[in-house]
Design a protein around this ligand. Sequence first.
Ligand code: CP
Length: 311
Amino acid sequence: MTLSTKNILGTRELTKNDIQQILDTADSFKEISTRAIKKVPTLRGKTIINLFFEPSTRTRTSFEIAGKRLSADVINISGATSSAVKGENLIDTARNLEAMNPDILVVRHDCSGAVELLSQFVSSPIINAGDGSHEHPSQALLDLLTIRSHKGNLKGLSVAIVGDINHSRVVRSNIRAMQTMGMKVRVVGPPPLIPVEMKRLGVEVSYNLIETIKDVDVIMVLRVQLERQSQGLLSSLREYSNYFCLTSETLAQARDDVLIIHPGPVNRGIEISLDVMRSPRSLILNQVTNGVAVRMALFYLLLGENNANPN
Ligand code: CP
C-alpha cells in the first residue's frame, strides 16, 4: 500500500485510489480507539512534529492522539511560543526542526500556500493541517469517511455546502475530494461570501438555502469565520442567520435521511441552531472521532511499508 504522493498538501494531488486507501486504512484503525489500551506499536521509534501557527482544538489534538495511538513520539510546537516570535522565518524554523530528524511534519499556518512552500525546503513528508483559506485535506478526508460510514458509498451522493465559502479551506479541500469520488457539490450562501472561482471548479452555486438543501444527501454547514471578515463582506450576523442558519424549520424542508456535518468550531445560533447540532441527523462529533482514524491512516501510509503491522 503506497500513496501516489509523499506529502499531503491538498486533496488536489490525491487520486481516487489514494483516497480509497486512506479511508479503508482509517476504517481498519477505528477499532484501536475503542480498546482498553488504545495503542499499537506500528510507528514505534518514529517522530512526528506538530507545528501550529494558528489556533486549533480538533486538528492539533487529533494529530497528536493519532501519532500516540500508533506509538510515535509526538512533539507539539505552537507558533506563539516558538522562536518565530523572535523573528525566525518559517523556512528557517522548519529546517531547524528537520535537523533533529523528525519523520513527519504536520503544519498549520494562516497564509495560503505556506505549507506547500515549506515542502520545497524540507525533505521530511509534510501534512497540511490547514493553510489560510487554501486547503485542509485531513478535514476533507474525515468528512468523506463520516459520510461513507453512514451512506455505504460516496459515488453519486449530492452535498450542499452552506455558508462562508469565501474563507473556507475546508470547502476547497472537500470540493476536490468529493468530485474525485464522483459526488455532486452545490454551494450556497450570501453572494459576497461565494467567490467566482466556485463556478470554475464545476460546482452549482445558489443563494437560496431551502431550494438548495431540499433534495441533497448531505448538508455541510461552515463556520462564519468571524476572524477573517475584515473586508466587511457581511452586513450583519443577524441578517446572515436570518437567511442561512440551519434551523429545525429549514431542515424540515430537507430529506428525512439527510446527514448534517460541520467541521467545527461552531458559532451556535449563527450558522446552525443548537437543536440541529444535537439532532440525530447531526454527525458533528462523529466527524471528530473519525478524524483520529484518518490521521492515523495518513501517518501509517506516509511512513510506508516498513510499518506494515497495524496490530
Ligand atoms: N476543524 C478544525 O480544523 O478545527 P480546529 O481549528 O479546532 O482544528
